[in-house]
Every structure is written in C-alpha cells, then in structure tokens.
Design a protein. Sequence first.
Length: 294
Amino acid sequence: MAEVTVFDRVQVRRQRDRAAATIARHGFLIDEAAERLADRLLDVKRRFPVALDLGCHTGQLARALAGRGGIERLIQCDLSPAMARAAAGVALAADEEFLPFAAESFDLVTSNLSLHWVNDLPGALAQINRSLKPDGLLLASMLGGETLAELRRSLIEAETEVEGGAGQRVSPFAEVRDAGSLLQRAGFALPVVDIDAIAVAYADPLRLLADLRGMGEANAAIGRRRGFTRRETLLRAMQIYRERFADAAGRCVATFQVLTLTAWRPHESQQRPLARGSGKSSLAEALRDRPQHK
C-alpha cells in the first residue's frame, strides 16, 4: 500500500487511455526523452539480454533502444491497456506499484517519463530492484519538481486575481534532492541522478495545454480542482503567461525538468567506497602539501 496518496491512479490510466490515439501528434517530449535515455545506454559497455520497459506508452523507448545494449528480448508494460496495445512487440498492461514479475527476471529495467505518476515511489523502486538480476541496471527518466513552473505561476496568479484563491492545477513532482536518497532507500548501489531542462517555445500557450492532454500528462493529483477552468481565469492565465514568459520573438517558453536515474542492483563485483577511517593520509597532511597561492 502506498505511504502517501498524491495521484489519482484511475485518472492517470484514463488520461493515458485517451492519449493513446493522439500521442503521435502531441508526444514530442516523450520522444525526446526516449532518445536521450537510449543515448545513455551507449555509455554502458555491457549487454542486457532481457530488459523491461516500465511505462512504455506506445513504444517510443523501444524504438529508440533498437540495436542498443545487446537487448535480445524486451518486455513492455504500461498502466494503460490502450497504450500497451499500441506498442509493437511483447507488451502488457501492468501497474508500476504492483509489478507482476518474478525476482531477478531482468538484466535491465528502463522507464521513460512514467514514474513521476507513482504514489509509492520508494516501493516501486524496491520492486524494480527485486526484479533485476544482481548487477542489473535501472535507467529511468521522470519529470522533476520544476516542470512547468511558468504555467503553474500563471495559473496561480490568474486564479488568485479572478477567483480570490488558487487551487492545484499542475501535478506535484519529485524534487531532485530526494531522488538519490530514494534509490538508496530502495536498495540500489551506485545511484546517480542527472538533471536536464527541456525548453519548448509556443506561439500560443494554449497549444501547451493541448499537448499535455494529448500525451496523457494533464494534472491527475488527488487534490486537483475538479471541473473546467473558468473561461475568464484561463484567458487571464494565458495573458500572464505571454507577459511574463515570452522570449524575444514573442514565443512562450515551457520548461520540463527531466531527472535521469541510473542505479545498479548490488553485486560483489561493484566498486565500494572505502570504509570510514581507512584512509592512509590525513586531511591536515593533504592541505599542508598543497601549493600556496597568493
């Protein structure tokens, strides 16, 4: 059971079901993140014969991974049955919070822009760790807490001004400072978390809202305001967006913060940090030997 319920997982599945038919037109962010994640695999001089793509959408990462990493068999799964049906190859509907795979099944687990919708992220990561073979690799991307800061600020200001108060209109996402500790808590070794900012320019910020719906990334937080945004509020929010966040060409910038998580299932062959107190030189000696600059 999830420790904290932040997201409405039924709503997440519904949104992804609807987006399965439109994601090819609106899913530029998922395509871009898939290419970046697949490029990371080129830096790992290993083969991963059996792999899992967790939260596969309609197969964007599978296409980007083709011919990379020595993958011989790729299992894809998604919370949305409609997404899974649209993915080529072996694909099934499965929930990231309740993985249906046996222990030590995979050499590699990937996930492209899906884990940020999980309520019990520590639990999901622990299940991923369990499903990996020893010395298996987790390579995942997820949206970070600074995602769509421009949209969030515009909506808050507009709702406060027009309606006298602001509700939650953009989903809360994980903060980068927490990601590394979550990987360690889940039992992973050698965790690394990188940050990328993907900035997208729109002639009209309403197109951003259409893209979010079209790729299944609209707000699905439990605490979201229900019903449609009032027309007056929406128009004011878009006006604020243009005033505050337009570039020199008058195009409105939307920033997506992407966290890339790399970690390994522990194995005796992996490097380990030196035990505390095992160093052969003291800090005082090291500082004394450094050249002095004036």
